[in-house]
Ligand binder design. Structure first.
Ligand code: HSE
Length: 401
């Protein structure tokens, strides 16, 4: 029997217990052994909960129990999750986590400790919730040189942008409604400013390179400046606006960024709506492949955590290969990245904009106070110079190639 401890009995932690209970016959068959949740660690008590007797408050009891071989860390945040994870791995207990913040900050160190102690640090649930994406990158696409990943990695912002697109509503209005319906946090900063997607693309980029892509090195822009007018123009251009997290391994260097992009109807990511996530991967032999599903939520995320527990059960005493070294990747300055831009300026700047950008394609949706256009392809640096000459802009949105 595999004895499991769950750290944190919140949304994902209670989901882990529920998944193990609901699907126990299938899971035990696939694991080759019965899984049993022996402890649930939480600061709180849960009177009346069917698992209330398993709830404990002292982590040391889990560390000291030789029967516990797998720990599900569903606490989130860095403290005390980092210390708890490190102590477990040093004791030879595998850890399965949904904690993207911890994986993005300390992934390579924790993976190395796991290797040295013949156990595993697995994190399928940390990116894309229930979507299998870590395992495909680690085990399935092993014959590929992956040179591009583009993801819609945040459900909250995708929900907000989808609503803005469909209903013509403004950002603040949709955010308020999303908060009321529980789709956005009361403090939505990590989602709407792109920080959550940044950590997730840092994890995927690191697996793509086999080295460490520091999330601090990734240029990140959120969706708070996107307005209903931007969507009017996007529709006119047969595009939508999505918060994309992307990385590209090119001859000019390794580029990674998170920002809102205009994306055309023909692109498979165009149809990824509401709270759904998707990851679009380019390999040099396979070409494009896409992984789609529920990127958040109790049971989808818990299902991914439990899939890692099953992997631990199948690899007891062995460390599963994961290429993510501690060496940092040199992330290139996005000033050198080339693309087209959609730009809105005040009507009075029309001549200055034409002088600065020369060949541009006007986009007209009947907003008289504005002049809007699409540029030719140029580097971010060139764009900044030209828009400076034109006197600045109301907004600019990058176009996905
Ligand atoms: N806040 C995240 C999202 C939760 O909206 O996608 C899953 O990481």
């Amino acid at each position: 029997m595999i004895q499991v401890a769950v750290l944190g009995y919140g949304t994902v932690g209670s989901g882990v217990v529920e998944v193990i209970e609901t699907n126990k016959a299938d899971i035990n068959k696939k694991a080759g052994e019965e899984l049993n949740v022996k402890y649930i660690l939480d600061l709180r008590d849960f009177p009346g909960d069917p698992y209330e007797k398993k709830v404990i408050h002292d982590y040391q009891r889990i560390l000291d129990d030789p029967e516990v071989t797998v720990i599900c860390e569903t606490m989130g945040g860095l403290k005390p999750a980092y210390d708890f994870t490190k102590q477990a791995l040093l004791a030879g207990k595998s850890v399965c986590t949904s904690n993207k913040e911890l994986v993005a900050s300390h992934g390579p160190e924790l993976i190395q400790i796991a290797k040295e102690h013949c156990c595993n640090y697995l994190f399928e649930a940390s990116v894309g919730g229930g979507i299998p994406i870590i395992r495909p990158l680690n085990y399935s696409l092993t014959a590929e040189r992956i040179d591009g990943i583009t993801g819609i990695l945040n459900g909250t912002t995708n929900y907000i942008l989808t609503k803005m697109d469909r209903e013509g509503a403004d950002f603040a209005e949709v955010l308020k409604e999303a908060q009321e319906r529980g789709y956005a946090e009361r403090n939505p900063e990590a989602d709407v400013e792109g920080y959550d997607a940044c950590r997730k693309i840092a994890i995927l980029s690191s697996l793509m390179c086999g080295k460490n892509v520091r999330y601090e090195d990734i240029y990140t822009e959120g969706i708070t400046k996107i307005s209903s007018a931007d969507f009017k123009y996007a529709r006119q251009m047969n595009q939508s606006i999505k918060l994309l997290a992307m990385s590209r391994d090119t001859q000019e260097g390794f580029f990674a960024m998170v920002a809102p992009f205009m994306i055309s109807r023909e692109h498979p990511l165009y149809s990824v709506s509401d709270v759904f996530n998707a990851v679009y991967v380019h390999g040099n032999m396979l070409g494009d492949s896409m992984y789609y599903g529920r990127g958040a939520g109790k049971l989808p995320t818990a299902s991914a955590v439990v899939s890692d527990v099953v992997d631990c059960a199948r690899h007891q005493g062995k460390s599963i290969m994961c290429f993510w070294d501690e060496e940092n990747v040199q992330v290139a300055d996005i000033a050198d990245a080339k693309r087209k831009f959609f730009v809105r300026v005040n009507a009075g700047q029309k001549e200055a904009a034409i002088d600065a950008f020369h060949a541009l394609a006007e986009v007209n949706v009947g907003i008289e106070e504005e002049f809007a256009f699409m540029t030719q392809e140029m580097s971010e640096r060139e764009f900044e110079e030209k828009i400076g000459k034109a006197g600045g802009c109301i907004n600019r949105i990058r176009l996905m190639k």
